[in-house]
Design a protein around this ligand. Structure first.
Ligand code: DSN
Length: 418
């Protein structure tokens, strides 16, 4: 037997060093980007497995390559677990991301130029919901809806009016920077009124839905798309669920429509995540994520920040930092110096461009995965306020960073080596 060390550190010390430093960073910062989380050690083991070596174009039982009997079991398991967890007749677990999932649905259901309705980016929508710089906005005739100027909550009456005017073939609901629940029942009524298919992009809230902390789209949305690494805590990837009537078109939209070989290692990781998300422990996690966001929001509001929509019902808080004389970008950069990682974001009707933004988007999925609770949320809210008050004082930011690192040292980050 050869005794040569073929581990990463020996084969490629440069990449090994990058990974070790990222490991340290993930341990030592408060990760508060609402779309990030910690995949479990079991998920990481599955995605780091030899399943990465297998080509499996097609679907279980109908592949274009030999030797797929074993990986078929992984994909069938992931599909069955996804169907059971979200209560849909069909699942496709091959999309490489939430964006790929959305594009595959469009390809499977629409022709170029067809009319689709989606939420505006500055109201909290996603690039793939028809933004002009994105393929969705270039290939399809997207018309948009947004939020009410006063309440900053989705204006469903206006959504109905816009739908009646443009008669979209597909109505897309779901958001990336929207702190309120989505009313899937109301959206379905609007879709029915104009004979549209309803697609719910639940990427941000899929973990909350799995854990019963947000109403389900099942029974309302004909098709649901999601990424798998946000509140769901799985590997980086996407998936689609749908009623049986849409199964063939959705599958063809993924393969051969927009993807080649699926990543079987990632699909195995999705199967593990879907089993983890179907537990009482995960239900508790989902509810704690939402209650933690509420405590954080209240602390920030009490400290003088304006909360978009006046609060939160989900895992995320969108704060308008302009009352403190800051832009989103300046505020998010100061937070990072202090070890609190968020992202700057536009707010509804923003006068700043997306490259600057008037808001900071922050979320509780990752810090809740570390086991932090109400006391820590109050403490973190106060640290954030101190950062904003002292955004240009590097000494104070460094002292806050020491408090952040102490807090992080008390709560292990799942799946991240100590
Ligand atoms: N889904 C986006 C986010 O919320 O971060 C990225 O595409």
């Amino acid at each position: 037997m050869s005794s040569v060390n073929t581990g990463l550190q020996n084969v490629d010390p440069v990449v090994s060093d990058i990974i070790s430093r990222e490991n340290i960073r993930q341990n030592n910062v408060l990760e508060m980007i609402p779309s990030e989380n910690y995949a479990s050690t079991a998920v990481i083991e599955a995605i780091g497995s030899v399943l990465t070596n297998k080509y499996a174009e097609g679907y279980p039982g109908a592949r274009y390559y030999q030797g797929n009997g074993i990986v078929d079991e992984a994909e069938d398991l992931a599909r069955d677990r996804a169907k059971a967890l979200f209560n849909y007749a069909h699942a496709n677990v091959q999309p490489h991301s939430g964006t790929q999932a959305n594009m595959a649905v469009y390809l499977g259901l629409l022709k170029p130029g067809d009319t689709v309705m989606g939420m505006q980016l500055d109201a909290g929508g996603h690039l793939t919901h028809g933004h002009p710089v994105n393929a969705s906005g270039k290939l399809y005739n997207f018309v948009s809806y947004g939020v009410d100027r006063e309440s900053e909550i989705i204006d469903y009456d206006a959504m109905l009016e816009i739908a009646k005017l443009h008669r979209p073939k597909l109505l897309v609901v779901g958001a990336t920077a929207y702190p309120r629940k989505i009313d899937f029942a109301r959206a379905r009524e609007i879709a029915d009124e104009v004979d549209a298919t309803l697609m719910a992009d639940m990427a941000h809230i899929s973990g909350l839905i799995a854990g019963g902390a947000h109403p389900t789209p099942s029974g309302f949305a004909h098709i649901v798309t999601s990424s798998t690494h946000k509140t769901l805590r799985g590997p980086r990837g996407g998936m689609i669920l749908c009623d049986q009537d849409y199964a063939r078109r959705v599958d063809r939209g993924v393969f051969p429509g927009s993807q080649g070989g699926p990543m079987m290692n990632i699909i195995a990781g999705k199967a593990v995540m879907l089993s983890e998300a179907n537990t009482d422990q995960f239900k508790t996690y989902a509810h704690e994520t939402v209650s933690n966001a509420n405590i954080l929001a209240t602390t920030l509001e009490d400290g003088g920040l304006r909360l978009v929509s006046g609060g939160t019902e989900t895992h995320l808080v969108l704060v308008d930092v302009t009352p403190m004389g800051l832009t989103g970008k300046v505020a998010a950069e100061a937070l990072e110096v202090a070890g609190i990682v968020t992202n700057y974001n536009t707010i509804p009707f923003d006068s700043n461009p997306p490259t600057v933004g008037s808001g900071v988007r922050m979320g509780t999925p990752a810090i809740t995965s570390r086991g932090m609770g109400s006391n820590e949320m109050k403490q973190i809210g106060e640290l954030i306020l101190r950062v904003f008050e002292n955004y240009d004082d590097s000494q104070i930011l460094s002292s806050i960073r020491i408090d952040v690192e102490k807090l992080c040292s008390e709560f292990a980050a799942p799946g991240v080596e100590k």
